[in-house]
Design a protein around this ligand. Structure first.
Ligand SMILES: Cc1ncc(C[n+]2csc(CCOP(=O)(O)OP(=O)(O)O)c2C)c(N)n1
Ligand SMILES: [Mg+2]
Length: 360
């Protein structure tokens, strides 16, 4: 079995071989410095991910959802956001978190079970991770309608997967966004799999085409092409901010790793598929482009590599040093205001814990 080939309507600005291609509707003018910066993001984000997988394997995290292969979709779309835009992630958007300035340590803390997210969504305009598939699409549409009523110059972007498109919430969010002309970009990372369910089990038509049935534009972009993801998302966000309503962006990509560290993809997909997608690696093509056009030398690549090593090392040390929370911290941040029943439950729980031998 070979990897699905993307149809011609896919927006691509950089081929897997690192060649720049033109597109009549989408183009982007990036300086050498900007391309090097995107490359650096891609490499650092992959390193964070790699370190997290290793930490999970060593028993330091309960779970990790790897973004391997989806770096360009996340960095491209993440870098398209302005500070005022609000992003709503799933559980895999470590690359977007990076672009929003969220310390990766907070992500590790969540998967280590020592915090419930740890970052302030308002400070970074990056909502907390959402595990309930598709629910964040409704949150983002509601938020976008708020932006609309405030008359603000901003938009929301919401991330979800191919599998999520089968959820009622996502379809309801499409309808609300459409009829209220909400400033939202639906960013679907079609990584071809929803755990062990292939794309064919979610849709008989390409996902981006679903949008037309709801009354707004849909576009498919090469999700392994950071230039195209940046250009397409930037245009969709601008459109939303200008009052032209939602867009569905389908980033055609591939989940190169397991669904999560609890999953074994060799049980349900063939190795050839992964091999074919490796040739479309999102980082390699930017590297080839930089080399080909002499926009970066070996010294630059070595420097980024060294920075990634340092980041991984530092992240590991800080992760291992994360303090365990007090068990009663479980009750914090449940409600904004004091809550009598919750106070009672906390009391019961602390009494229960105090009953164990050796308890203080
Ligand atoms: C409402 C709901 N149903 C089921 C699950 C279990 N679940 C977790 S991830 C997942 C698959 C999601 O696939 P997709 O939307 O393609 O995202 P991906 O993990 O591939 O990024 C499922 C079914 C869940 N978390 N929430
Ligand atoms: Mg998927």
């Amino acid at each position: 079995m070979t990897a699905p080939t993307a149809p011609p309507e896919l927006v691509q600005l950089l081929t897997p071989e690192g060649e720049r291609v033109e597109h009549p509707d989408y183009d982007i003018d990036l300086t050498a410095e900007e391309v090097r910066s995107l490359y650096r993001d891609l490499v650092l984000v992959r390193r964070v991910d790699l370190e997290a997988v290793a930490l999970q394997r060593q028993g330091e995290l309960g779970l990790w959802a790897s973004l391997l292969g989806q770096e360009a979709a996340q960095v491209g779309s993440g870098r398209a956001l302005t500070d005022a835009d609000m992003a709503f992630p799933t559980y895999r958007e470590h690359g977007v978190a990076w672009c929003r300035g969220v310390d990766p340590l907070h992500l590790l803390g969540l998967f280590r079970g020592v915090n419930h997210g740890g970052w302030d969504p308002i400070e970074h305009n990056f909502h907390l991770y959402t595990i309930v598939i598709g629910s964040q699409t409704l949150h983002s549409v509601g938020y976008a309608m708020g932006i609309q009523r405030d008359g603000a110059e901003a938009a929301t972007i919401v991330y979800f997967g191919d599998g999520a498109t089968s959820q009622g919430d996502v379809n309801e969010a499409f309808i609300w966004a459409s009829v209220f002309n909400a400033p939202v970009v639906f960013f679907c990372q079609n990584n071809q799999w929803a755990i062990s369910e292939p794309l064919e089990k979610q849709s008989k038509i390409p996902l981006y085409k679903r949008a037309s049935g709801f009354g707004f534009p849909g576009i498919r972009v090469d999700g392994n092409d950071v230039f195209a993801c940046l250009a397409v998302t930037r245009a969709a966000l601008r459109n939303a901010r200008e009052g032209n309503g939602p867009t569905l962006v389908e980033a055609f990509t591939y989940r190169m790793g397991a669904h999560t560290t609890s999953d074994d993809p060799t049980r349900y997909r063939v190795a050839d598929e992964l091999e074919a997608w490796k040739l479309k690696d999102p980082i390699e093509r930017v590297k080839a482009y930089l080399f080909r056009n002499q926009l970066a030398d070996q010294e630059f690549f070595d420097k980024v590599e060294a920075e990634a090593d340092q980041l991984g090392k530092d992240l590991r040390a800080r992760c291992l040093a994360l303090p365990d929370p007090e068990p009663a911290a479980l009750f914090e941040h449940v409600y904004a205001e004091p809550h009598a029943l919750l106070a009672e439950e906390r009391e019961q729980f602390t009494t229960y814990l105090a009953g164990f031998e050796g308890a203080q």
